[in-house]
Design a protein around this ligand. Structure first.
Ligand code: TRP
Length: 329
């Protein structure tokens, strides 16, 4: 079967992946494997741009992302799963692309300003952080990827990747396709406090949680504040637990809604049922996660093999880049 194109996407290894990642991006990536040639990268150098002073957990975080990816069905038989820093060619291309990237483009990037406001001057003052989008452009174009499935928040980086590729091609001839974003985040999963699930809000259900962890977190979840006693009528559309029913308990969504609204269903029972359905949906992932945790050698072997495959493609592109730029090979 001819493939529709080539995909590259990635994650920074900043900690455990959660239900928001699973429903927002990972399930879609797993499906794309059928139709596209896929490269999935664990972007450890990108993590260093702001977390350069806390590297003790970096190696472990990389393996945790790999375990999560494998557990949800990213498949090393069909896709290349690799760690960015294993493919040194990315660093060379980052350097060369930096020559044709005006600093003003980087300073204007909305994520640059947002992150400076959010995490402060100290962590974002580095030259490496300013160049974050150049490194991301290198990640993408070194595989000549045409399609990049990402969340909405990454659109400015994709825009810059295209501009950088275009500028390179203008100077040195057509080497790179211009990569297009594919918005892969179509469902926003609420966290336990009702806001968007995010590590920075500390409201996540993690893929690495035990069933007991999940049950406990759901038990303490925020619900419709107008429903205080069991008999009070609830407002399911304002309750994050109801969102979980609509995702994992589809055949019972309507009766749950009616029983909540009438006051017949109390939050304790509602949460118990949501937990049960959620855990049923997560069971295969949790089981696979457990196996992989116990077999780290296999995880490491997969990443080593992925790096070999990625390097082959990256090295080929770098030959073309050096020739086009007339720099020595
Ligand atoms: N910047 C992305 C993020 O924060 C991670 C990333 C690094 C990436 N390189 C990439 C995403 C290349 C898509 C393509 O999640």
């Amino acid at each position: 079967m001819p493939k529709k194109g080539r995909i590259l996407s990635g994650h920074r290894p900043t900690g455990q992946l959660h239900l928001g990642h699973l429903e927002g991006t990972l399930r879609i990536w797993a499906e794309l494997q059928d139709d596209y040639e896929c490269f999935f990268e664990i972007a450890d150098w990108h993590a260093l741009t702001t977390a350069f002073d806390e590297t003790e957990m970096l190696r472990e975080n990389i393996e945790q992302v790999a375990i999560d990816w494998l557990a949800v069905g990213l498949d090393p038989q069909r896709s290349v799963l690799f760690v960015q820093s294993d493919v040194k060619e990315h660093a060379e291309l980052h350097l060369l692309l930096s020559m044709v990237t005006p600093v003003t483009w980087l300073e204007r990037c909305p994520t640059y300003k947002e992150q400076r406001d959010q995490i402060g001057e100290e962590k974002t003052a580095g030259y490496g952080f300013l160049g974050y989008p150049v490194l991301q452009a290198a990640d993408i174009v070194i595989y000549k990827a045409d399609t990049v499935p990402v969340g909405q928040d990454q659109l400015p980086h994709l825009e810059l990747s295209r501009e950088i590729a275009r500028r390179f091609n203008n100077f040195y001839g057509d080497v790179f396709p211009e990569p297009q974003a594919m918005i892969s985040e179509f469902s926003v999963v609420p966290g336990t406090d009702g806001r968007k699930m995010s590590k920075s809000y500390n409201n996540t259900l993690d893929l690495a949680d035990t069933p007991e962890d999940i049950a406990e977190k759901v038990r303490k979840m925020f619900t419709d504040p107008a429903k205080v006693y069991r008999g009070d009528p609830g407002h399911p559309d304002e309750c994050p637990v109801f969102v979980y029913h609509s995702m994992y308990n589809t055949e019972r969504t309507e009766p749950i809604k009616a029983a909540c609204e009438s006051g017949d269903l109390g939050c304790v029972d509602c949460k118990a049922e949501a937990t049960e359905k959620l855990l049923a949906a997560l069971a295969p992932i949790m089981q696979r996660r457990g196996q992989l945790e116990a077999d780290r050698d296999t995880v490491r072997d997969i990443l080593t093999e992925g790096a070999t495959q990625a390097r082959e493609v990256a090295a080929q592109t770098m030959e073309e880049v050096r020739a086009a730029m007339k720099v020595s090979r």
